[in-house]
Design a protein around this ligand. Structure first.
Ligand code: SF4
Length: 647
């Protein structure tokens, strides 16, 4: 890293707060940044150092780690994110998990002088952490407790002004609902139960205000790269609106862009007006999770779908979890599996605002069956008889599951099998390309992605042109590794996965985007010379660190690196992202993958190839000590050795 004493990009300090003792101290960012950059990387290293494998998610010794990265707050396009890491109460068993949030909090944390925050302990009474220009205070928050997101927002703005940025959780988080989201301003949300971890620490909110700005090493070069990013960037919002017409129909009067901090790139994030004094932000899956039921009711205003999303955010419950709860409860109701006493909801009214209000309130307050639902669908076993559990939606075997599932694309199977939760940032590389490709088939003027360009993009971004055939297993091990390493590197820099990587462009002669742009931006900001390959090596290091954490917490190589059984046995019928399931096939052919399952033998071979490419033992799936040494992680290998977790 730079020999200069001046730090560019980073602030140089990470705030450490122990709520049990009211202790406030600092860590030096550069002690971590050398190997782990920022964002997910530094957060994962602090987790490795500080979170013992056997503690529970609600143990005060669990950490809630919020980290920005070197490109946060400098004005880089689409670098608005911050990462959250901690032990999740939502995974089964409880274990290491992560989330990524957009909005303004991450950049404002850096403006307030810190690259990140590490929270440990638990306060005796509800409290608020207030950070302003390098100073932090733990304050009483009795007036915020018992309130939902929107009320907390109002009170914080009243107290600190409109510029205040914050993270918080609603009543679901206070009551330790395992699917409680961590919420931030501008409607950023993270699943994984981090809202419940915040609640378990009696910490209602973290508010930040700041007037600083991290230094940029080469301002002119940086400005030029930023301009290039805007020029090359495609409007993902337009593509999404074409690809998902159902969501398009949800747009109500008065919708307008609702971008994150200093981001001028186009995406689905939009503000909708529900009433003259009520605006809500919508994006991706949450905006439409209740829509299937709303649409079935004649005369029900389409705004009810947006209201349902807003309600979940207000209480802070993961909308995907609520969607699966709705599907399961409806099935139980239709089959008469639960009595009226067990299920005190007026099911003929499903699809109305009142119905979703009652359900979400019951879960958040843990009332009646809501108490069981608050512990999550993954923990239902033993709470109902087998026939009831048989009505689970099989698409929900884990956090965030349901999109681009393993039986749809062999490439997805590796992305799912090696992560503790569905990583949308990784899966998004597949859906982005298939969306552009599908649009080109019907509206060629809206997307340049023909078969030839798809092959070129696969070759350049996924390492080989066999990867473009999404029906085959060839070239997918390499593609999965490249997607993972790039995603992790970008999540260290805090780049948004909606905008990055820039895979295609209307502005280049061959329509290929630039996979080296992130590394150029990083170098211009920090003055650290790097390139695409070196940046990906940071991602590879962080991926291996996460693997070490998972192994230490009981992840069983091979067994855990296998998708759920139904992917091998039950043919896929449809997909949320691609209802007709048309994909690029061999040659110039398009192909429907309806009815496909994951081939066990081919998957096993592909996984062994993947282990090999990662430098892991293909027989056991354990990391080789020499691989960890190559990645400058001999210290991690040393810790894994006595546990028998390194090959
Ligand atoms: S592309 Fe959209 S979601 Fe990503 S940083 Fe920009 S405004 Fe936010």
């Amino acid at each position: 890293m730079s020999n200069s004493s001046e730090i560019f990009g980073w602030c140089g300090k990470i705030l450490k707060v122990d709520l049990s003792t009211c202790g406030i101290s600092e860590l030096q960012t550069m002690d971590y940044a050398d190997r782990f950059l920022g964002g997910r990387g530094i957060a994962a290293k602090i987790y490795w150092d500080e979170v013992k494998p056997d503690i529970s998610a609600f143990d005060p010794e669990n950490r809630l780690i919020l980290m920005s990265g070197p490109l946060g707050a400098v004005g880089a396009q689409g670098a608005s994110r911050f990462e959250v890491v901690g032990k999740s109460p939502m995974t089964l068993p409880e274990g290491f998990c992560y989330g990524s949030l957009g909005g303004y909090f991450g950049p404002y944390l850096k403006k307030a002088g810190f690259d990140g925050i590490v929270i440990s302990g638990a306060a005796e009474n509800p409290c608020l952490l207030f950070i302003y220009n390098g100073q932090a205070k733990i304050l009483d928050a009795a007036d915020l407790w018992g309130r939902n997101f929107s009320e907390v927002q109002q009170l914080l703005k009243k107290r600190y002004g409109d510029d205040v940025r914050f993270v918080t959780t609603g009543i679901a988080g206070e009551n330790r609902c395992r699917a409680a989201t961590l919420m931030t301003d501008q409607d950023g949300a993270a699943t994984g139960g981090f809202g419940a971890v915040l609640g378990s620490k009696n910490l209602k909110a973290i508010a930040v205000l700041g007037t600083g700005k991290p230094a940029i090493a080469r301002q002119e070069a940086f400005n030029q790269l930023n301009r290039q990013t805007v020029k090359l960037g495609m409007d993902r919002g337009e593509v999404s609106r074409i690809a998902y017409p159902a969501m398009n129909k949800l747009e109500v009067k008065g919708s307008k862009k609702a971008n994150c901090y200093q981001c001028g790139l186009g995406c689905m994030r939009r503000m909708f007006r529900l009433a003259p004094d009520k605006e809500v932000i919508g994006k991706c899956q949450p905006i439409g999770f209740y829509a299937p039921w709303v649409k079935k009711r004649e005369g029900e205003p389409r705004e009810t779908s947006l209201y349902a999303k807003e309600l979940c955010n207000d209480y802070s419950i993961c909308t995907l979890e609520v969607q699966y709860i709705l599907e399961w409860l409806e099935h139980c109701y239709q089959c008469d599996y639960l009595s009226d006493e067990e299920l005190p909801l007026d099911f003929p009214e499903i699809g109305t605002a009142e119905f979703i209000e009652n359900l979400v309130s019951m879960i958040a307050h843990r009332e009646g069956i809501g108490d069981i639902l608050a512990d999550g669908l993954l923990r239902m076993e033993g709470k109902f008889d087998e026939s009831v559990l048989g009505h689970f939606n099989e698409q929900f075997p884990g956090i965030g599951f349901g999109y681009d599932m393993p039986r749809e694309y062999p490439l997805s199977s590796l992305l799912y099998a090696t992560q503790p939760r569905a990583s949308y940032a990784m899966l998004r590389e597949i859906s982005t390309l298939t969306n552009y490709w599908m649009i080109h088939r019907h509206l060629p003027d809206k997307s340049p992605m023909d078969a030839e360009l798809f092959r070129k993009v696969a070759s350049r971004f996924w390492g080989n042109d066999q990867a473009w055939d999404l029906t085959s297993y060839e070239g997918k091990a390499q593609a999965a590794k490249q997607i993972q390493d790039r995603t992790l590197a970008n999540e260290c820099l805090v780049m948004c996965s909606v905008a990055w990587p820039l895979m295609i462009s209307d502005e280049t002669p061959d329509h290929l985007g630039d996979p080296a742009l992130e590394s150029k931006l990083f170098s211009a900001v920090t003055d650290i010379e790097t390139n695409e390959a070196k940046l990906h090596e940071y991602g590879e290091r962080v991926f291996n660190l996460q693997r070490a954490i998972l192994l230490r917490e009981g992840w069983i190589p091979i067994e855990s690196d296998t998708p759920e059984e139904f992917n091998f046995t039950r043919p896929v019928e449809t997909s949320i992202n691609n209802p007709e399931m048309i994909v690029p096939g061999p040659g110039e052919e398009t192909q429907s993958i309806k009815g496909s399952v994951l081939d066990r033998e081919k998957f096993t071979q592909m996984r062994a190839e993947y282990y090999q490419l990662r430098g892991w033992d293909p027989e056991t799936g354990l990391q080789k000590a020499e691989t960890l040494q190559r990645l400058d992680m001999a210290d991690i290998a040393e810790k894994l050795k006595p546990l028998g977790l390194v090959s």
